[in-house]
Design a protein around this ligand. Structure first.
Ligand code: ZN
Ligand code: ZN
Length: 266
């Protein structure tokens, strides 16, 4: 039984020393993983790791990497468009993109424009969308709705149950990280409990989001622990969680249930 890591940063230098060994350890346990890009400066790094079989990639502009003016943002969006148009092997989504609470009002406006543009790029290139929403859930939901876009996954979901219900109604997938393991995260587990099958995913966000204070950088293997937690929370079995989360990967990333890509897109 294998699980899918819907969001990680395996291209991060933290993995430079033992990436190949780590991938060899992960292959028997995971059905695949998606590396999320966040800055054009690192797109090559992401693309070089994607094999289109086990390692998939997303390219996008994180709200902290938009540049500091509309002109800078436009240049980055153009770079993103070019990277997407080159159709790198294993490319499955645009992202991560969205909102972050630390932004100033001007940066917030830029983030809004950047998200609208990236929804447009996902549509134009027929790709999924990976959302980073630390706050901004309502605004992002509105943008998805007005653009009639449903192939979206909110990574490390942290909104309310009511906001989740609206996203589920749009067809979006919510992805859960190590936060669900925390004793105080009952509100988040309540969302995971009611998520429709095929609309929840599990993710490491490795090397970030370390599940325990004493642990070193996290790695995608943590998804197995998250799957156990999801089975407990949903009163379900591990096999069901494996199947239902692969269904989510199919919905957003266009991947077959066994983790293999569907017929190549044209
Ligand atoms: Zn993120
Ligand atoms: Zn991330």
């Amino acid at each position: 039984m294998r699980f899918f890591d819907a969001h990680c940063h395996l291209d991060h230098p933290a993995f430079d020393a033992d990436r190949a060994a780590l991938l060899a350890r992960l292959r028997p346990r995971l059905s695949g993983l998606v590396i999320a890009g966040y800055d054009p400066a690192h797109f090559d790094r992401v693309v070089s790791l994607c094999d289109g079989q086990f390692v998939f990639g997303a390219l996008g502009l994180h709200p902290h990497h938009l540049g500091d003016s509309r002109a800078a943002l436009d240049a980055r969006l153009a770079a993103l468009d070019r990277a997407l148009a080159s159709r790198p092997r294993g490319l499955v989504a645009v992202g991560e993109c969205g909102f972050d609470r630390n932004a100033s009002p001007a940066a917030r406006q830029l983030a809004s424009a950047a998200l609208a543009a990236q929804i447009g790029l996902a549509k134009a290139h027929r790709l999924g969308l990976v959302l980073h929403l630390v706050g901004g859930v309502d605004e992002a939901t509105k943008l998805l709705k007005t653009n009639d876009f449903s192939r979206a996954m909110v990574h490390r979901y942290s909104g309310s149950l009511a906001q989740a219900e609206r996203l589920f109604a749009l067809g979006a997938v919510l992805s859960f990280g190590a936060e669900v393991l925390r004793p105080e995260a009952e509100r988040l587990r309540a969302v995971l409990r009611v998520a429709p099958r095929g609309q929840y995913a599990l993710e490491s966000d490795a090397p970030f989001n370390v599940p325990r204070r004493e642990a070193g950088p996290s790695d995608p293997g943590v998804v197995l622990e998250l799957a156990q937690a999801a089975a407990t929370v949903r009163g379900s079995t591990l096999a069901t969680v494996a199947r239902e989360t692969r269904e989510s990967a199919r919905r957003v990333f266009g991947l077959c249930e066994d983790g293999d890509p569907e017929a190549p897109r044209v």
